[in-house]
Each structure stands twice: as C-alpha cells, then as structure tokens.
Design a protein around this ligand. Structure first.
Ligand SMILES: [Zn+2]
Length: 446
C-alpha cells in the first residue's frame, strides 16, 4: 500500500470487529459478509462470526468511501453557513470518507497554522478526513505566492493548492507557482476564469441569458485559461488540475493535453452533468453557480468525457450559502450549490441506472481517481483484505426525494429541491467507524 506522501496524524481506527452482512462489492455477484477488525478489512467472504457491531447490508452495493476534491466548508469565517462539523456530517451522509476543503475562507488558508487548525478539527470530529487546500497566493489576491513548502510540511500535510473562487489570472504568477509546486510535487488546482471576460457576468452567455437580460459568461473565459495552463504545465512539468470543467471546448482541450502527455487532470460537478441554463427561466438564485450552468451540448460532451476518462473524476464544489445570499435578485445571488448529500444519487441515477456505466466506474470517478490525483493514501483503495475500511454502502434501488430542509448542511441552496432519486447511500465507514447508517450520523467524537 502506498504511504507517500503521508497525511497528517489520523484519528485512531475504530477498535473491535465490524461485520457487514450480505454486501455486494462493486455491485457484482452475490452478497458477501465483509469482516473488519480494528479498522482494516480482514475478510471479504467471512462466515457468521460474532462482532461488536453488525450492519445488515441487504444486498446493497459496497464501494470504497467516496473522495471529493472540491468542497467549501466555510470554516473559518462563515460558520453561519457551514462548519467543519456540519460539512463532515453532510459528507458522511453522501458516502464520503475524505474531502478537500478550499482555501477561500476568512482568513484565507494561506499559512500553516490555519491549515493545521482545519485538519485537527476534522480529525477531532472524525466523521470524514477533511484536508485543507492551501491558497496559491496570499489572501487570494493573485500576486504573491504562499509558502507551499511550509504548508506541505505542516501537521496538515497540505497536498493541493488552489485560489478557487478566483482564477490565478496572471500568467507569470501561475508560472512561478508551477515551478515552485514541481519541486514539492504538490498539485495545483485552477478555477479557470479569465476575469476580464466575465466582469459582471451571472449566467452562461447564450440565448437564454440574452432573453432574460442577464450578463453572459462566455465559454472562452474558461477555455482560454485551460489551454494557457495546459501549456504552462507542459513547459514546467508540474501536475495541474482543472476545477469544475463546464464546456465542450474544455473537454477538447483537456483531451488534447492528455494526448500530448501533459500532466493535466480535470473534474466535473454533478450539476454540470445534469442541469442546463434553461433552469434560469425562473430567476431563482439557487441556479446561480460559477462556472454557470451551460447548454445541452456542453452537458452531453461532459458526460461522454467522464465516461471516456478524458475528464478524470467527479467533484461536488459543495458551496453552502445562507438564504439571504440566495433568495434575492438573481444578479445579487452568491454563486454556488450544495452537492455532498446528492452527488452519488445524481451520478448513479444518470449513469448506472441508465446502463451507461457500472459500479466499478462509479468507484473510479468518485473515489479512486480523486485519491490518485491528490496522492491520498488509504482512500480510493481496492476492496481487498489488508486495506483500510474506508467504505460506503449504496442502496441501488430505492425511492427518495431531495429536500434542502432534510440536509445536514447548514445551508439550503439545494439545486435538486423536490427531485426524485432512486439510489442512496445507506452507510459510510471511516477506518472501521460507522459514521452514517440509514438516517443516523454518529456523534462527533469532540
Ligand atoms: Zn471554483
């Protein structure tokens, strides 16, 4: 098992024996009894044994715990909209065992002590591993680089840096960041938005925005940064990741970069795989997001790219906001949507239940790939003896309706309000600890 690069100090594994009865690994074959001892998978096809805790999986699908490279847990600074505790609970409900929380908090995560505080708190709560993302520039101002090395070596072991929410638009600053990152082998994640093309923009630039009188955000604002950063990654060789790809053109550019062996990876959000700018007709602020919801041809291109592996993985960009920030004029609504508690259902309903993909593919795009891109040990691992028990169980055939009021998140900006789904996470396990099961979240250890 890979141990490089290590994480910060982890909360202890759950001691004792956990038996998961009648689970189907990757949704294949008959139900098996999975035996977990002291947080490690010790048998995949066990008999009836006595255990400290038993989960009756009832034939549900067993997957590696999901990994989200892109969330906003709002702490420190906006604890009125989300905290590490409520965000961790939402993650557990969604099947996640590890998340990366972005640096655009207040204060910005631009120093080791802030990253260490987030990491330590996440481990104390112990519902999900919460990895702080460090900012690329101080205060997200786009000018002066932060101390990547100090954050990478800190107790938080920061392994990804991003100014997400803002683009590192100055190409010279991005070049220097890539050169610095290369020496440390950390990942840079870019929010691709050329700000001079999106001033005042609130919606995708197209027929819908024109009709509704909304200022448009053109595809080129994203794509021009994608190709610029691909070329910089080619020349300086540092691993670069594209946050929330949203256009057909971005897919083409990422494909080109991969054909040329450029170390570029990309993620797509559930909402960009499902929703289009037709949603804006109601002027409901919940549909404002950055990058904006685009057109059907973008959705189709993103779906195919995820199936083909051109887009590497799914990331939620879970972005909680208070109702006063969303229930207002569309132009003034803050961009962002909730995602942690619905992402598995959006992906499984639209790709597995439709026959486009299988559960192994879900494990790949929602767990294995994000763990690989972030070089995260212990997560996104095969379901095998000797591996840490970071797992989730999924009911592949149920019926439920998504309501913001039912979420663990403090915010209610749920883009799937009232939507019916047919798959649901039934349990989540972090190092042998059952963090969530059938509507119940384990008490935080704090
Ligand atoms: Zn972003």
């Amino acid at each position: 098992m890979t141990t490089y690069p290590e994480t910060g100090l982890l909360a202890e594994s759950e001691p004792g024996i956990l038996l998961i009865r009648n689970a189907r690994p990757y949704g294949e074959g008959d139900g098996q009894h999975v035996l977990i001892k002291d947080g490690i998978i010790v048998e995949l096809d066990a008999g009836e044994v006595s255990a400290d805790r038993i989960i009756d999986a009832d034939g549900h699908v067993l997957l590696p715990g999901l990994v989200d490279m892109h969330v906003h847990l709002r702490e420190p600074g906006r604890e009125d909209t989300e905290t590490i505790a409520t965000g961790s609970a939402a993650a557990a409900v969604g099947g996640f065992t590890a998340v990366f929380t972005m640096a655009n908090t207040s204060p910005t995560v631009d120093q080791p002590i802030i990253a260490e505080g987030i990491w330590a708190k996440g481990q104390r709560i112990n519902l999900c591993d919460v990895h702080p993302v460090g900012s690329i520039t101080k205060g997200l101002a786009g000018k002066e680089l932060t101390e990547f090395g100090m954050m990478a070596r800190s107790d938080a072991r920061v392994r990804m840096f991003s100014d997400d929410g803002k683009c590192v638009d100055n190409p010279l600053v991005m070049r220097r960041a890539l050169e610095y990152a290369k020496g440390l082998d950390v990942l840079l994640a870019q929010h691709c938005e050329e700000p001079r093309l999106t001033e005042g923009a609130v919606a995708h630039e197209g027929a819908v925005a024109a009709r509704l009188g909304l200022r448009g955000w053109p595809r080129a604002a994203e794509e021009s940064i994608v190709i610029r950063d691909a070329l910089l990654a080619r020349d300086y060789g540092s691993r670069t990741h594209i946050c929330h790809a949203s256009t057909e053109g971005t897919v083409q550019l990422v494909e080109w970069a991969k054909e040329h062996n450029i170390p570029l990876t990309a993620e797509v959000t559930p909402h960009h795989l499902l929703l289009t700018d037709k949603r804006l007709e109601t002027y409901d602020g919940v549909n404002r997001v950055n990058p904006p919801l685009r057109e059907d041809r973008d959705v189709q291109a993103l779906r195919q790219a995820l199936l083909d592996g051109i887009i590497d993985c799914v990331a939620t960009d879970h972005a909680p906001h208070g109702s006063e920030e969303k229930c207002c004029e569309f132009d003034h609504a803050r961009p962002g949507m909730l995602g942690l508690e619905t992402s598995l259902a959006v992906i499984a309903d639209n790709f597995v239940r439709t026959g486009l993909a299988n559960w192994r593919w879900v494990a790949k795009v929602m767990s294995e790939k994000p763990a690989e891109i972030t070089r995260l040990p212990g997560h996104g691992r095969p379901l095998a003896v000797g591996e840490p028990a970071n797992l989730c169980l999924v009911d592949p055939d149920c019926s439920w309706t998504s309501y913001g009021k039912d979420t663990q998140s403090k915010a209610v900006n749920n883009p799937y309000e009232g939507m019916d789904f047919h798959t649901k996470v039934s349990a989540t396990i972090l190092r042998g600890r059952v963090t969530y099961q059938e509507g119940t979240i384990s008490a935080p250890r704090a």
